[in-house]
Ligand binder design. Sequence first.
Ligand code: HEC
Length: 342
Amino acid sequence: MDGNRNPGLIAVTAGVGFAVLFALLGVTAVLDGKIAFGLAVVSLAVSALIYVFYSRGNAVTKTGYASLILLIAIGLMIPFLLVAQTQTQANAQAAQYELTLQRGAAIYSQYCATCHGYLGQGINGPKLNNNPVVNKLSDQDLQRIISGGISNPNDPSVFLMPAWLDTYGGSLTQDDINYLVAFIRSSDPSYLSTQGLPSTNGFDLVYGTLTNATQQAEYEAEKKGGSKPPASEFVDKTADTAVTIEAVTSTTNSSGFQWQVLGGTLPNITIKAGTKVTWINNSAGIPHNVVSGSGGVPNNKFPDSPPVLATGESYSYTFTTPGEYPYYCGIHPAMIGWITVQ
Ligand code: HEC
């Protein structure tokens, strides 16, 4: 080696060079941080081993140094392997939880949404999406209610909500019920934070589980139609004794049709008690009807039209009692409107 370069020193220089390179790749996120760190440690260890191999000294010292280098390299790797392991576990758990919510959402949209609403806003059944009363129930209470249903306190043979568990005659398995409990729970932010769960509200996943256009239109109608539209979206017809609302084709409504005041654009009107409202079907070749209610759910606050109003046909009703009267087309539930009677 006299006069020549020491290959051991070249190896160390190269090793440090590689280590710096990998560190840079790690920092700039070209390589995953843990992989970059591992490669840097391996470069240093290999170069140190080569250095020891070429150094003077007897076999025993060489072996001693080599062992020490390997020990340090492995020692450096261990915490990183542990962190990587815990992270993999956490990721798997999060993925599992997401799957549970997905399944809960799919079951909910098939079995529960008709009464509790696609958004969990409540229709005939109470609100379930972050309802303080429901949030107070224990997991066991929720299990029991969904499994066994709720009977009328005055007549236990009449169910306000049917039993859902298969062993009680329902259509759901114990697993399904577990998914539903996790799903309903996920709408309670404080439950999620105390349980250390990801902040996904399962109700936000419901739309993605809908498999047909009718359900999607119902969902959108519920999203829009649950509450009274803002005052700016009402047409003041309090000076009129008769108002006509027409069904026309639409490029903005998801159903392809919309209600609007005859010749106008908005479906919502304010009228005086005693005003006659006429709905006319002005869309070519497509039947419509008028249902009292919102969110695709009838509320029977005024009599519904016949089930089919063919093109050109109309239906009239005179509102005599002040109040709020949402309405929709039973064939295209996304066609909604609102009548306020003063
Ligand atoms: C046929 C309509 C209907 C369907 C379908 C329905 N429910 Fe209900 N649900 C109700 C009614 C009505 C109540 C309230 C009963 C009462 O007055 O105590 C209720 C109550 C509940 C409650 C208790 C809420 C509270 O405030 O205590 C939960 C939880 C619940 N339902 C979950 C579900 C789940 C989950 C599904 C789907 C598997 C479902 N429901 C399907 C009608 C329904």
